[in-house]
Write a protein that binds this ligand. Structure first.
Ligand SMILES: [Zn+2]
Length: 266
């Protein structure tokens, strides 16, 4: 069955423009250079999942006509992926529900510790529980999961300082943030059609926590995605420049990009 992924944000930790209206090498007149922090909505037209809630989550969610997320999946606990989590409180309140959140044990332990009030109100006479935490253990990687009717394979990503979680939804995969991929993770994406992948390092040899374009091309020789979209892009990555520099089948993502995928291909 066809489902849709909407890239609500494809910026790196600073976004573009960075604060101070710093556009770096990016052309301010190119709309696709305006990048909010990484966030994706997965929808079947009724139910939906959100991946990550960064600092611009309210604005990103309000740009859609999506109903309350049926669940939120977290890639990892870096600030640019979780700093907007408090916005979920208002969605939970508006919809009179408790929103399930999922992440690895490492990720959710940190989120629950930092935002404990959302999961376990300190004053139950004043506040209610807004979020529920679900934990993926290491043994859950490379296995198929189903959340709110959406099936996906969970893939570990080496983000140098932490392990992030990547997702394969049928013939579409979303992998950010990562410095590199284990051969098993590359293997797990074999046969996808569309791949959205962290390329924050692009051509930099100094960025040790994000992925370079060279590595992505190497991985895709095995994976075989027809279309690869780069994400987690910063002010050094001008949309048209990157588009011109990359071969057919590779392109920078942009905020608002919609990808239709077949969730029956595994
Ligand atoms: Zn990160």
């Amino acid at each position: 069955m066809n489902k849709k992924a909407v890239i609500l944000g494809c910026g790196n930790s600073a976004g573009v423009p960075a604060i101070g209206n710093d556009w770096g090498k990016c052309d301010p007149n190119e709309l696709r250079n305006r990048r909010t922090r990484c966030c994706v909505a997965i929808t079947d037209g009724g139910k939906n999942l959100i991946i990550d809630t960064g600092p611009e989550f309210k604005m990103q969610f309000n740009s859609t006509d999506l109903s309350c997320p049926d669940a939120v999946l977290y890639t990892h606990a870096h600030a640019d992926h979780i700093a907007g989590i408090d916005e979920l409180r208002w969605l939970a309140e508006l919809n009179k529900t408790v929103i399930p959140t999922y992440g690895s044990r490492e990720t959710m332990d940190e989120i629950v510790e930092r935002f404990n009030f959302l999961f376990k109100p300190s004053r139950p006479d004043l506040y209610v529980q807004y979020l529920q935490a679900h934990f993926w253990e290491e043994t859950d990687y490379y296995k198929q999961h189903e959340v709110a009717g959406f099936k996906f394979t969970l893939v570990p990503l080496d983000h140098e300082t932490v392990t992030a979680s990547g997702f394969r939804f049928g013939d579409f995969a979303y992998t950010t943030d990562m410095a590199r991929m284990l051969p098993e993770s590359v293997e797990a994406l074999k046969g996808i059609k569309t791949w959205v992948v962290d390329c924050a390092a692009y051509k930099s040899m100094n960025d040790r926590v994000h992925c370079t374009f060279e590595k992505i091309v190497e991985y895709n020789k095995v994976i075989g995605a027809e279309q690869v979209y780069l994400t987690a892009m910063g002010k050094g990555m001008d949309y048209q420049t990157i588009l011109n520099e990359t071969p057919d089948g590779y392109a920078p993502a942009y905020d608002g990009l919609e990808i239709i995928f077949d969730d029956t291909v595994f």
